[in-house]
Design a protein around this ligand. Structure first.
Ligand SMILES: Nc1nc2c([nH]c(=O)n2[C@@H]2O[C@H](COP(=O)(O)OP(=O)(O)OP(=O)(O)O)[C@@H](O)[C@H]2O)c(=O)[nH]1
Length: 317
């Protein structure tokens, strides 16, 4: 904690307040949260432990300092998770979330703040600062998103479970028109612990037992309401489509193309810098698509993505 407890928007500059916050998972998968003191901005809300980055301090140093001061923990390893920019009426914040993958010490609220471990599924019931919503939703999503190759490879009975086991626990079942085959694909996803989305059609999703829909670009633009399903994703290419995904109440967006792909070599790709600008302006978990492989996860996270999506590079034959 720094000594300055004021949270008024600085009069001279409107640069967002830079904050680093930690997603700390215990060995049992629960997540550590602390409760903000009543007198502070967003007092009484649960938060991911952290605080303001001081002048000249790196994010890693700020995180290490805050977790030591607030919880008595030493950070041994961490990686970017998501970056969220949010405008409260009274101040703008740029929240850099880091996933702490190794730490030493027993956490305790060293400043008298309540701290508690929560099951990930319990987070959606808690009162968080508004800026945290994309992260709370993002925590329920996987790092990897698999888009089914089309036409469906004949060896899918082996390759789909292998791809899910490699981490793609969200699967977009595209390009399959046969309902019976779609049902089998959904069952295969569920049997291996993955959720399944179908393209655009919520009635079809319900008929085949899928968990949601992925709205293609034009189909999303033609809608004014969110389909009534647990998961809704939207294909986006620019700021207006991301804004529309947000207005629909989508749970996530897939932003493409990040890089040129063999199928669309004429499209140059927006690159990570533009991706970052778009992702940070959008309060929805965003997946990077287009010439991206599972190995791009760190670059994608550093650019504010929740994860990476793809076809061939995510398909394990
Ligand atoms: N630490 C933390 N801050 C958050 C989260 N979400 C969120 O909107 N914030 C906002 O980010 C800002 C962080 O400031 P802070 O009060 O925690 O900073 P600090 O530890 O340096 O405290 P200080 O005021 O005692 O110097 C606050 O405006 C807070 O409302 C979160 O999950 N964790």
């Amino acid at each position: 904690m720094s000594g300055n407890h004021s949270y008024e928007r600085p009069r001279s500059a409107c640069a967002p307040l830079l904050v680093v916050a930690a997603i700390i998972r215990g060995p049992d998968g629960r997540i550590l949260l602390s409760q903000r003191p009543a007198h502070k901005h967003k007092g009484g809300c649960w938060e991911f432990p952290g605080g303001k980055v001081e002048q000249g301090e790196s994010l890693a140093d700020a995180l290490a300092r805050e977790l030591h001061e607030e919880l008595g923990l030493s950070v041994l390893a961490c990686q970017p998770f998501m970056t969220v920019q949010h405008d409260y009426p009274e101040l703008s914040v740029r929240l850099c979330f880091r996933e702490v993958t190794a730490f030493a010490g027993q956490p305790s609220g060293r400043e008298g703040q309540p701290v508690q471990w929560f099951e990930p599924a319990a987070l959606s019931e808690l009162d968080f600062p508004e800026a945290n919503q994309p992260v709370v939703r993002g925590l329920a999503l996987p790092d990897h998103w698999l888009i089914l190759p089309s036409p469906l490879p004949t060896d899918w009975h082996d390759a789909l479970p292998r791809s899910i086991q490699a981490g793609a626990t969200l699967v977009y079942l595209r390009g399959v028109s046969d309902q019976q085959q779609l049902r089998e694909l959904v069952q295969c996803c569920h049997a291996h612990g993955a959720q399944a989305l179908v393209a655009d059609d919520s009635e079809l999703a319900q008929a085949v037992g899928a968990d949601g829909v992925h709205l293609r670009h034009q189909s999303a633009l033609a809608r004014t309401e969110r389909p009534p399903l647990p998961w809704v994703s939207v294909a986006c290419h620019d700021a207006p489509s991301l804004a529309h995904a947000q207005a629909l109440g989508a749970d996530m967006a897939v932003l493409s193309p990040v890089k040129a792909t063999p199928t669309h070599p004429e499209q140059p790709g927006m690159g990570w810098a533009q991706f970052q600008t778009l992702a940070e302006g959008t309060p929805i978990p965003i997946y990077a698509l287009g010439g991206v492989t599972p190995e791009d996860l760190s670059a994608a996270r550093a650019a504010g993505a929740r994860g990476v999506a793809g076809i061939r590079a995510f398909w394990r034959r």
